[in-house]
Write a protein that binds this ligand. Structure first.
Ligand SMILES: *Cc1c(COP(=O)(O)O)cnc(C)c1O
Length: 341
């Protein structure tokens, strides 16, 4: 029985073509700056996103941490969403390792931060306060795409208020494909961008932080400090380059699969949030663990969250979507809404 794993888009395995590219990669010691494949990946992504330089790192968490630390000194502050990965899901790294204070604000329903609320949260220049230095946004945010209009407003806002502007673009390419624009049309509104290669793009490991030359030089120093300097990392960078060549346009398939899955679940009577990219959120309430176990018995891996997130990716095809809808149909029959709530 082939397993269908909808827990995240991080679960993809390298394709045969990607493995070939990895095996053929030219390598060198990247801590000495001598790995040509890493250099190529960094330069390529930086250019595509409109930055002077890029830095290959093991994870999105490290990429965001280095970005925040390269923007902010000890005792500075960044403004961030309550639901943002950089605030909520990275072990408090900016505060723990960077001595950077987060100022979280509620995300709006569309995933954005209200700029009037951001303005109100900026601390006056007074020794009582941390120095507000940076606005950090996320796109896509729980699968939602921030509008280009909003990004332009946020960018102008940061210029007016003398704030840096960082994007956690773990799924930047999902946003770009959804909007039908080059990724650079999104990244140009930021001073720095972190992109994950190991989410929907399907690489096994790696993220790239992009920004100005001096910014990336600071990040490079920090990367060594936190143990992120890798040696013959070209093996991994080759997977990232392959993903950029072969796995960007096809993100549209993941979005179509998510849409189809959502429609199927709505027809069955489930409550489903509107789908923007590759994530479907279903309200499972107290039945989530029951569903997880029932699905596992049929080869479908889910989490047991009440607000259940289903993520489509490279290893999920249209027939899998039909099968998953079938699993939810059986579950609805065997666990009628009335008796279980
Ligand atoms: C996954 C993710 C990250 C972190 O990436 P890791 O490689 O898992 O550390 C950062 N931001 C967002 C929005 C993510 O989804």
């Amino acid at each position: 029985m082939s397993l269908i794993d909808l827990r995240s888009d991080t679960v993809t395995r390298p394709t045969a073509g990607m493995l070939q590219a990895m095996v053929r990669a030219e390598t060198g010691d990247d801590v000495y700056g001598e790995d040509p494949t890493v250099a190529h990946l960094q330069a390529r992504l930086a250019e595509e996103l409109g930055f002077e330089a890029g830095l290959f790192v093991p994870s999105g968490t490290m990429s965001n941490l280095l970005g925040l630390m390269a923007h902010c000194e000890r005792g500075d502050e960044y403004i961030v969403g309550q639901q943002a990965h950089t605030y909520k899901y990275e072990g408090g790294g900016a505060a723990v390792l960077g001595s950077i204070q987060p100022q979280p604000l509620e995300n709006q329903a569309d995933g954005s931060l209200d700029l009037a609320q951001v303005a109100a949260a900026i601390k006056p220049d007074d020794f009582h306060f941390a120095r507000t230095r940076l606005l950090a946004l996320e796109n896509t945010m729980q699968g939602k795409v921030l509008s280009l209009d909003y990004l332009a407003q946020a960018s102008a806002f940061c210029t007016d208020h003398n704030l840096g502007h960082h994007l956690d673009g773990a799924r930047l390419f999902n946003a770009a494909v959804k909007l039908g624009v080059p990724a650079g049309a999104i990244s140009r509104h930021f001073d720095s961008v972190s992109v994950c290669l190991s989410k929907g793009l399907g690489a096994p490991v790696g993220s790239v932080l992009c920004g100005g030359r001096e910014f990336i030089a600071r990040a490079n120093r920090l990367r060594k400090m936190v143990g992120g300097g890798m040696r013959q990392a070209g093996l991994l960078a080759a997977a990232g380059l392959y993903a950029l060549d072969h796995h960007v346009a096809r993100l549209a398939d993941d979005h179509a699969h998510a849409q189809r899955l959502a429609e199927g679940l709505v027809e069955l009577g489930y409550t489903v949030e509107p789908v923007h990219t590759n994530m479907v959120y279903v309200d499972m309430g107290s039945r989530a663990a029951l569903l997880r176990d029932a699905a596992a018995a049929q080869g479908v891996r889910l989490t047991a969250s009440a607000r259940l997130r289903l993520v489509t990716h490279l290893d999920v095809d249209a027939s899998h979507i039909d099968k998953v809808i079938g699993v939810f149909a059986t579950f609805a029959q065997q666990n009628p809404w009335e008796s279980s709530n």
